[in-house]
Design a protein around this ligand. Sequence first.
Ligand code: PEP
Ligand code: MG
Length: 325
Amino acid sequence: RQEQYRRLRDVPAVTRDGVSISLLVNAGLLVDLPHVKEAGASGIGLFRTELQFMVASTFPRMRDQLTLYRAVLDAAADLPVTFRSLDVGGDKVLPYLRTAHEENPALGWRAIRMALDRPALLRTQIRALLHAAAGRELRLMFPMITEVGEFDRARELVARERRHLERHGHALPASVRLGAMVEVPALLWQLEELLERVDFLSVGSNDLLQFIFAADRASGLLADRFDALSHAPLRAMRRIVEAADAAAVPVTLCGELAGNPLAAMALVGLGYRSISMAPAAIGPVKAMILALDVGKLQDWLLPALSRPHRSLRAELADFARQHDI
Ligand code: PEP
Ligand code: MG
């Protein structure tokens, strides 16, 4: 199997009916970087910047952040990298950051909420990213956006830092693309307004599923209770890709779902053409893509979305078996 996947490394991820799928990796530390090329990925779809903060014993300084971001961009060379701004709180704890006790940290003061309340932290990070990407493209997305106004405020912070660097004669990125993560269900009813503002979207299915089902992503007791391949989340994810396509805004999905071949098949059937996963998942997912006829899958899956069943998992597995995927 491993050997078979290694042979696929340089084979483009194109379905049997000629649809190209961009397979990206999730990363977060320097040690992840060699895997990007080894896995034959087309870039880093999610760089979790909080990992550097989580392994440190105090806040990494601007210079340390800059060094890491530059190393990431250098390692990726010509491949695109999407950085995510600091996503702490919830399941991602910084031992040295003292915060008030919260009964429900997953629903609490975390990610962009904390960043907008403590703009100095976010501004330092933005400055490090702008420096690191001098002369290249900077792609940055914000986690846990719940209202479009939060994206506006984050974008304004980026604009301010850019003006600051410009005034001081620093080299700037050749281009800056800003995106939002879609992981809070409230955004499903603000997609049009959001799509007018962003350069790209990235669906965080881990949190999106947790909030759609109101089921803690870390709870072992609930791990198998609700199915990601059931109607509610599949319809939600369909709605996002449909709206993004209509607005001609690129969309990626970067939750763990993308690394499971059957789920990845469902995502491609829903219309996703870019998915980001753990490096080890690239081989199995690519093997699935090469065996898939997207047209056939969509002809069956999209109408099936409007028929109420508890889960489409068994039917998706049947489809895969019938079509030798
Ligand atoms: C997600 O929520 O799906 C996601 C990609 O981010 P994280 O798992 O880091 O919360
Ligand atoms: Mg998340």
